[in-house]
Design a protein around this ligand. Sequence first.
Ligand code: ADP
Length: 299
Amino acid sequence: MREFDVIVVGELNADIIMRLDSPPEPGKEVLATDSLITLGSSSAICAVGLARLGLGVKFIGFVGDDDLGRFILRRLHGEGIEVEDVEIAKGEKTGFTVSLVHGGDRALVTEPGVMRKFDLKDEDFPKLSSARHLHISSPFLQESLRTATILREAKVRGLSTSLDPGWDPLDSRWDSLKPAFQHIDILLMNQVELERFSKGKGIGAIELPRRVIVKLGSMGSTGRWDGETVSQPAFPVAPVDTTGAGDSFNAGFLYAFLNGYDVQEAMRFGNACGALSCMALGGTEGFPRLDQVLKFLGK
Ligand code: ADP
């Protein structure tokens, strides 16, 4: 019997989100119409989503030795996530992202902080055995993380695995992640990332993993699942802030997958979580509880 459903190994940072009526220009100042300082990072938003849906979640990562780091730890703990192995890295600074939300889109600036230095130590590999699934997000923001090795160690220990590559800020390291693909059961990404990995050739150009889900924003999601083409439309909503929509989709999809839903149902569940998360400022603020998703889905 494994103690947790999902173990998330990855980056932790904060989000400073501001909604603007007009974009900022050098030398001038604009006032935000709404703002929020909250938990950020792809890994953390997904972990919170999984926990809210009722799964047992453990997080392994670093935060900096500062107020922001302690804020993140409190938030994760408050969501019922096991944080025993989230280390406060001495003398290091917690990363954060400034997100400027304007006209249905957002511009992001990230200070990676200590996430640059995080890796899972060899002696901690056995800790992976405490869960039945491993999820990793944003490997390109975590320069020290041995993504392929950790995924392999999880597979050796009988876990299923998922990865969301996120964006590569250098836009030059896409191929470097390919060795990890053989250890991934489910690859989750958006359309631009698919374009980069496939060099514009589309999903058919990706041999492994056999299960690939592509998030299409207001168009929903599509993918390839054991050779079958799958797709599900989005739910029509008027988004307030799409921060974390992709991570919320991931949480919903993985929840459904781990609970034995078929792939189309899991995509629908992910689309619902993505849509609901767009309805509030912040990555986790709009994330629903299980009964809210079921109600939204008319169940
Ligand atoms: P990412 O944040 O990774 O780029 P997307 O923007 O594709 O991901 O959003 C993830 C999911 O959230 C989508 O697949 C969709 O289900 C939902 N979603 C995102 N934007 C909207 C929107 N404008 N309307 C409805 N659903 C949305």
